[in-house]
Design a protein. Structure first.
Length: 217
C-alpha cells in the first residue's frame, strides 16, 4: 500500500448515508483513497444504488444463502480477493463477523458505532442514551476485533443531548457527525498514520490510549 492509494471496501446493509459521505469526499478530493468495491448483504440496500450512481463496483452476498456465519464471511472474502483491498469500512453492515474473518483482515477493519464507546455497545443506542439522561452522545470509529463493538477506539464525535429531542432527532444529528468523522478516520488509515498493532490503535507510531475527539453542535 505504501506507494499507491489505499483501496477500500465498504460493507453496508441499508441506506448507505455513510457510504455516500465517502463517495462525496473522495470525489471532491477531501479524502485520498479509492473505493474499490461496495458489498451488501441485502439486495434492497439503497447503498447499492448509491454505488451504481457513482459507478463503483458492487456485489450483493445474501447471508441467508449460507449455512453459517463463517461460510458467509468466506464468500465475502472471496469476492474481495479480486479487488486487492487494504481497508474494510463497515458502514451500517448489520452482520456480526466471524472470528475467521476478523483474523483474516486483522487490523484492517474499521467500524462506526452510534454511541460514545465503551458506553452503549449493541442496538438502540439513542433511546438508551435518552433513558439514562446522559448529557453527551455521539459516535465512535474503532478497529474491529472479535468483541462486538469492542475493538480499540480511534475517533469520537460528540454532541450535547438537547432537551426535548427524541431518539429519531438524536439519530439524525449523530449521523451528520458520522459523515465527518468516519472519512477523517479512514483518511488517517489511508495515509499510513493510523495502524493497529498488538491489539492497540496507533497514531503516528504512538499508542492511542484515548480516542481522538471532535465536538459538534
Ligand atoms: C450508522 O448510524 C452507523 O453508526 C451504524 O449504522 C448506521 C448506518 O447508516 N453502524 P447508513 O446506512 O450509513 O445511513
Amino acid at each position: 500500500m505504501s506507494n499507491s492509494r489505499c483501496r477500500a471496501a465498504i460493507l453496508i446493509s441499508g441506506s448507505g448515508s455513510n457510504l455516500q459521505s465517502f463517495i462525496d469526499q473522495v470525489a471532491d478530493g477531501r479524502l485520498e483513497l479509492d473505493i474499490a468495491i461496495v458489498v451488501s448483504n441485502r439486495p434492497d440496500a439503497f447503498g447499492l444504488q448509491r454505488a451504481a450512481n457513482a459507478e463503483i463496483a458492487s456485489v450483493c452476498i445474501e447471508h441467508a444463502a449460507y449455512p453459517d456465519r463463517e461460510s458467509f464471511d468466506r464468500a465475502i472474502a472471496n469476492a474481495l480477493d479480486e479487488y486487492s483491498v487494504d481497508l474494510l469500512l463497515l458502514a451500517g453492515f448489520m452482520r456480526i463477523l466471524s472470528p475467521w474473518f476478523v483474523k483474516h483482515y486483522e487490523g484492517r477493519i474499521l467500524n462506526i458505532h452510534p454511541a460514545l464507546l465503551p458506553a452503549y455497545p449493541g442496538l438502540d443506542t439513542h433511546q438508551r442514551v435518552l433513558e439514562a439522561g446522559d448529557e453527551w452522545h455521539g459516535s465512535t470509529v474503532h478497529f474491529v476485533t472479535e468483541e462486538l463493538d469492542g475493538g480499540p477506539l480511534v475517533l469520537q464525535g460528540r454532541l450535547p443531548v438537547t432537551a426535548g429531542q427524541n431518539a429519531a432527532d438524536l439519530a439524525t444529528r449523530v449521523q451528520a457527525l458520522e459523515h465527518q468523522i468516519y472519512p477523517e478516520a479512514a483518511g488517517l488509515f489511508a495515509d499510513g498514520q493510523l495502524r493497529f498493532c498488538n491489539g492497540n490503535a496507533m497514531l503516528g507510531g504512538e499508542t492511542l490510549n484515548e480516542p481522538l475527539s471532535r465536538d459538534f453542535e
